[in-house]
Design a protein around this ligand. Structure first.
Ligand SMILES: [Fe+2]
Length: 353
């Protein structure tokens, strides 16, 4: 059965499988922490790994709790904004201590249904980006994160076969996928008085500074600032994560930043926001897999704003390309002999022997 959201009202909610959320997806999310690291070795419980595990629990919990919010919206019920506020407050607090949450947001298996976690990734990235805006206080970051968690809810009204289709979409299929921001706006009409701005942000998250966006082709100041931020992080997240419509695979985080720097004008992103994103994520963003001059391979744990080329790295693969049972953490700022020679795509990591 194809779900035509335009004809369906709140009473006409299709079975869960057809809306996109499947039991398998949720079961996958509920697996033990640290077991779905893309391409990465299973983690043993060192100090860093234990810290990452608690962040991973936070991330998984956010996906599960947000799924209930989507479910409520699809059924025409008032969603729990309190839940979303709590999720984002936890994100803001976690990100003000370390970048583990960003690392976790890069660690998800391509086998998962990506709409389940992409908006959670947007919220993490947007909060991290928003922390680079001097004018944003904690409450602004929370509002921004909540807007992220709600902005793409309309994607659940797009037929799952279009979301999962590999290869190029036909013009009519593309038009249907693009309707998701309008669907989001329709779904969010139910929010209580005083929250209409969330509907506006959702409807505008694919509008672009230069008028090249959709659905209305708005420009510059006509677009809510949060919608511009969401548009930018959504684009970065899509480039750096698996998508079925892009058979060539994902870009490494550093390549994605370079792409945004080079294309931001034609893509209609604010140059100022791209600059802040680069500053906040650094050259090698947390979560990137990097090769060291020693031949070892590791994942960036924490960037270093004073020395962007010298982050803290968790080494998982030694110089003989053997996976380590216990990773070792190297702070590249503590010595100049070891340095990063480049990012590597997680799909190209050496397989377990
Ligand atoms: Fe979107």
């Amino acid at each position: 059965m194809e779900f035509d959201a335009r004809k369906s009202g709140p009473k006409d909610v299709p079975p869960q499988e057809e809306r996109g959320i499947s039991f398998k997806d949720l079961k996958e999310i509920l697996r033990e922490p640290s077991s779905t690291n893309v391409g990465g070795p299973a983690k043993s419980k060192g100090t860093e790994a234990a810290a990452a595990d608690s962040t991973e629990v936070l991330y998984r919990q956010a996906i599960i709790e947000r799924e209930q919010v989507i479910r409520d919206l699809l059924e025409g019920k008032q969603p729990s904004l309190e839940t979303l506020i709590r999720i984002v407050t936890d994100f803001v607090e976690a990100l003000s201590i370390s970048s583990h949450l960003l690392v976790v947001s890069f660690s998800y298996s391509k086998d998962l249904f990506y709409p389940l976690f992409k908006s959670v990734n947007h919220a993490i990235l947007a909060v991290k980006l928003g922390m680079g805006f001097e004018k944003y206080e904690k409450n602004d970051l929370i509002k921004l994160g909540v807007a992220c968690l709600l902005s793409d809810v309309g994607i659940w009204k797009v037929p799952r076969e279009l979301i999962l289709k590999t290869g190029r979409l036909s013009p009519s299929e593309q038009a249907e996928v693009r309707r998701h921001s309008t669907y989001s706006g329709e779904m969010l009409k139910i929010l209580p008085t005083g929250h209409q701005w969330l509907q506006t942000v959702a409807e505008q998250s694919h509008e672009r500074e230069n008028g090249s966006g959709y659905p209305r082709g708005l420009r510059g100041d006509e677009i809510h600032e949060f919608a511009k931020i969401i548009g930018l992080v959504e684009s970065y997240e899509a480039i750096t994560h698996y998508r079925p419509y892009r058979p060539e695979g994902l870009r490494t985080p550093d390549a994605a930043l370079k792409e945004l720097i080079n294309s931001h004008e034609s893509e209609g992103f604010s140059g100022e926001m791209v600059k802040i994103l680069v500053r906040q994520l650094s050259v090698f963003p947390p979560g990137s897999w990097v090769r060291l001059n020693t031949g070892e391979i590791g994942q960036v744990l924490e960037s270093n704003s004073f020395a962007p080329l010298r982050p803290k790295v968790e080494v998982w693969i030694d110089a003989s390309q053997t996976r380590l049972k216990n990773p070792k953490v190297i702070d590249l700022d503590n010595g100049l002999l070891v340095y990063i020679t480049g990012c590597i795509n997680p799909a190209a990591l050496p397989k377990e022997k």
